[in-house]
Design a binder for this molecule. Sequence first.
Ligand SMILES: NC(=O)c1ccc[n+]([C@@H]2O[C@H](COP(=O)([O-])OP(=O)(O)OC[C@H]3O[C@@H](n4cnc5c(N)ncnc54)[C@H](O)[C@@H]3O)[C@@H](O)[C@H]2O)c1
Length: 368
Amino acid sequence: MISREFWRGKRVFLTGHTGFKGSWLSLWLTSLGAQVSGYALAPPTNPSLFELARVDGLVDHHVGDIRDLPFLQAVLRQANPDIVIHLAAQPLVRLSYAQPVDTYAINVMGTVNLLEAVRNCGGIRAVICVTSDKCYENREWDWGYRENDSMGGSDPYSGSKGCAELVTASYRASFFPSDRHAEHGVAVASARAGNVIGGGDWAADRLVPDLMRALIARQRPLLRNPHSVRPWQHVLDPLAGYLILAQHLFPEGGGAFAEGWNFGPSEDDAWPVNRLTDRLCALWGGDCSWDASGSPQLREAGTLRLDCAKARHRLGWGPTWRLSDALAEVVAFNKALLDEADMREVAFKHIALFESGQTCAEEVLSLA
Ligand SMILES: NC(=O)c1ccc[n+]([C@@H]2O[C@H](COP(=O)([O-])OP(=O)(O)OC[C@H]3O[C@@H](n4cnc5c(N)ncnc54)[C@H](O)[C@@H]3O)[C@@H](O)[C@H]2O)c1
């Protein structure tokens, strides 16, 4: 359960606040009454949720490179946060094949720099390093991966996220050991989530943004792997997991939660690409069909699912929105954008619906 009382007045340092997840999290944290300082490069897409929702007007916004340790350290010191959430990354698998060195530098050394800056800055109580479900060694198992399974990653992005997990574990063991939490007071955890969707994502080579671009342009979507099953979930679901995890890390005894955590969708809510596309088309309305294209794929690991029993039992976290609810939010967001609505208000409204366990389904019907 997210506690408004907990977040009111908390100082939160967020890296990657100009990105898709970071913009949603900035909006959510400010709506909870937290004071957010952000550190990131310029928004990675145009348009972006960051600009549409005018997130820079809500947070203390800093443009900086995560590879620049002295500047990162200076900004972190000035922000003097209670809680740090590290989202900044090169997050795209396909781009990681074209830019492996940058991907490792940003994702691995970026995590080293963040933790080093934390080490040199007093007063921080909780740190969450966000990696990915792709951090696990993918053994093509049918069952979900648990937090104590091996790290791995065969493409540069996945490998970099496996490395970021090892960096986090090693900094924790060396400088913030859980069994001496009472002495140093810093609880360092990592969070592993899978493919997220939601309004405000315009990243290249992600299925739902590609589909929305095609639908808005009245083009037939091209599907590369119509029968692949991927465990998508709405972006607010793992973000809720990060917020609840921080609430557990912050107090005395938070060291007991300083470890890796999975946040993924329910096992029975994984859909193949063609079903997701059909549902999105139906929600969008109008005449819509898709083509299966024969374009060759770069090697991407097979389906990997997360076992989230630990987060369910120990944090009381579970998914709020089913995939069909997530798709309704995407459609409601994009219709509102086409109607030139105030996208900050739209995002706040969708967050409020999520928090109260409602969906955007009625909004979509009213827009049909
Ligand atoms: N979107 C997903 O489906 C998904 C799935 C699993 C994990 N993740 C992880 O969640 C995090 C956020 O992903 P996202 O989808 O919001 O990505 P995004 O591309 O929308 O945002 C990335 C953010 O990182 C910042 N950034 C990139 N390089 C930087 C650098 N050198 N220095 C400082 N900032 C830099 C960008 O400016 C941006 O703010 C990433 O760590 C990503 O690996 C995302």
